[in-house]
Design a protein around this ligand. Sequence first.
Ligand code: F6R
Length: 593
Amino acid sequence: MCGIVGYSGKQNSSKIVLEGLKTLEYRGYDSWGIAVQDKNQIKIFKEIGEIKTKLSMLPLPKTSCAIGHTRWATHGGVTMTNAHPHISTTKDFILAQNGIVENYTPLKNMLKKKNYKFKTQTDTEVIVRLIEQQTNKEDTFRDSVRGAFNMLEGRNTIIVLNSKQKENIIAVKNGSPLVLGIGKDELFLASDALAFTRYTKDVVFFDNLDLIEIKGNKFKIYDSRTGKEKKYKITKLNSKVEEVSKGKYDHFMLKEILEQKDTISKAVNYKLEEIKPLIEEMKKSNRIYITGAGTAGFASGQIAYFLRSISKVDILDIRPYDFTSYLPILKKDDLVIAVSQSGETADTIEVLEYAQEIGSTIACIVNVEGSTIHRMSEFKYLIHAGPEICVASTKVFTSQCVFGYLLAKSMVGEYTEAREEVESMSSELGEYFSEKTFEHIKGLVKKIRGRNHFFILGKDQNAYIALEGALKIKEISYKHFEGFSAGELKHGVIALIDKGTPVFTIISDDMCSKDLLSATEEVRARGAYTVGVGSSKFKGEECFDYFLPVVKGKGLSSIANVIPFQLLSYFLAVSLGNSVDKPRNLAKSVTVK
Ligand code: F6R
């Protein structure tokens, strides 16, 4: 949440920062702002909403040093006043934050008593005033920033542009991500390396509480607590530099849905020898936990399902924000598997920090190389789905699930079979993604778009798919879609069904199919408009008013079943005129709790 960019070098700094912010816009799009260092002054440009202003229209001088921020509002409404970066009273420096100052109320009260004035409702302005207070006490600007930062509680990463020293940027990382890019005579800072990988893949990752000071094209790293200089390591990013563009598509979401044909294959592109260390670790662990939030949480659930049902692994699938009661029983010889797209989700990281403290082993299934979760893990599995820009996750969900399937099958000696199944699903998807399929789904959109409440029934292998299908549609269409296990129906939920209520049933050719057909009959008897999603074997069943057939997918049929919901979500949102890639109130990387 929130994206930070900084640049010092030979290129036009506002161009680089604007490009970087555009790339990081998935992290928040309430407002954005750029500040450049112009001789001994700071020039600022801010705007509400998405980045629409082009470089040629940006009223900023060409300079060599700038910072920028794209905001997902936490404290204070979406206004120009609250938009970052925030300038100091004397206009000597300007600052942006990604995170939350948890103790901002006592700090603000303390500063107010000392006559410091506040113009915004943000917690970030507190940091600006704290630095002002420290400048009267410390010798160097770096020490003032350090002194102020050390008073903050919470996860916060800041970037500060100082106008009094040429090309001087200071950043401090705590919790929220930050990475330095080292180019030829130029330096980049960003919340995600994607913001600058077109210029360099040489990066430095930071530990929490690292302070980075840039002066021109030189930098130094300090421990923000002690002020002592630290050594650093330059890492070369392996991932192919992917141009983040929509290509021929109107939205990233459709592009990313269609990419699943290839991304599922890339996710399982591991040799058996590469998977074995995790299998061995799972075998010797006292207890195995798997955790993730939102869509990644549903992927964790699905992976746990595969591990239990295929390889009889005793695994606990717990959401990170619900982990509190498990913390006292977490042991040194337990294994925690984190599932995440960004690798930066605050709730998940908090569980891993605890696990790290007591010495439990950490493994991860993530998409972003070098992310916090990736670096914290001993057993690291990248799913190589490439950048996922649409806020609603699609390709990463299926990639994480197929990786989990491969893991489960490899444990029972069926590695090759699993790889073949993924390949066969990939080629089936090639045919499935056609105008015919899209028109069929759009036909359903016309029938249901006027309704506001929808239900999705799943069971066993499709239970988490029902939850993920519902989440996908909620996020983009803002309609109330509720997924639940078909088993729950008669225990209460059926009371919500009345004439015309759309009810989706996810049906695979498995031992639950009879129960699902009966559940569909029951809701239909109460007036529901029933939609079957799944194996075409059930296409002709009378209980369905509409049917969305899905590719066979063999053992992966549950994963395939999520795809019609992704497409439905997309076409429904387009027909409602909603912002598909940047839905209201959301941000992709949830780096605050
Ligand atoms: C929904 C979605 C979110 C994320 C969740 C965790 O489409 O993308 O629910 O899955 O915020 O994020 P990551 O996977 O980055 O840990």
